[in-house]
Design a protein around this ligand. Sequence first.
Ligand SMILES: Cc1cc2nc3c(=O)[nH]c(=O)nc-3n(C[C@H](O)[C@H](O)[C@H](O)COP(=O)(O)O)c2cc1C
Length: 303
Amino acid sequence: MSDKQNLSHHGVEERTFIKKHANPLLELLYNRASCRAFLRKRVSDKVMVDILEASIKSATGGNLQPYSIIRISDSEKRKTLAGLCGQNFIAEAPVNLLFCIDWRRLQRWAALEKAPFSAQRSFRHFWISFQDTIISAQNLCTAADSIGLGTVYIGTIIEHFLKLKKIFKLPKLVFPVILLCLGYPKAKPVPRKKLGIDVIVHDEEYHELDDSTLLNAFGRKYEGQKISASEENIKKFYETCKNVEGEKFADECLKNVKDKGYISPVQRYFGLHYRADEMSRGNEKFMKVIKKFGFNWFEDIHR
Ligand SMILES: Cc1cc2nc3c(=O)[nH]c(=O)nc-3n(C[C@H](O)[C@H](O)[C@H](O)COP(=O)(O)O)c2cc1C
């Protein structure tokens, strides 16, 4: 059986492939899931060091490690984060880790040893350090999973960057990227369905799926998920559609929902949850926030 066949066929062949190659790490990766319910059990310093060591060994552009991790155990701070993000389990996780881009340390190193430094003005540097930060977070997640801990990323900190700057005393050029909740799971989290490699992976070049293959793939992933077409949901959904594409489009969307009798997962994602009208607002505000953290790589554009 060739690797190409494995990419394009699901079912028996794929299972045979997994069985043949599986080792404990692959099994861990195949079965991973986010954890949102934690035991009231402390994570020991020894365990913390073990997983943090795995995190800081990650690949990083130029081996520069332009990131810092704020370890948050204080229960008041965890409660504050839970309140800001509107997710109670953040306070229940015994440890929160705030992964930040950090060019400050390298800026200081350069200043102390008389080297030129302009990372704060370089989108390239920002982009690479964002990737470095996430990669180190993900390695920590895998390390944590491997010793029976659970983790979940919290992305909603994006709405509160300036508050985090204050609470955690982040100096200029230290920019929060993602929060991670860490602790012992109350129960083993159940893996969620994903699109398969037949959809995600493209051989040699990008191949557009035909409409029915695409719909079937999403249909399998979200099988049986129908969101109630309640008056409230319909009102919100209609409003979003109208704000983004106008009344005619909103009428078409509404008819689609009424004909089906429910709101589908993609209609929920972009019509109710990550509202397409709200999400695309505030870009300028984010630019200003990034600037307050000392980065100004976008200023070039306006010059
Ligand atoms: C960048 C990012 C941000 C996320 N933000 C949140 C969040 O704010 N709250 C939450 O409960 N889960 C969050 N998650 C977890 C996702 O909801 C989760 O990964 C997704 O539903 C898939 O489930 P799985 O991780 O169990 O496979 C986030 C994940 C990522 C990668």
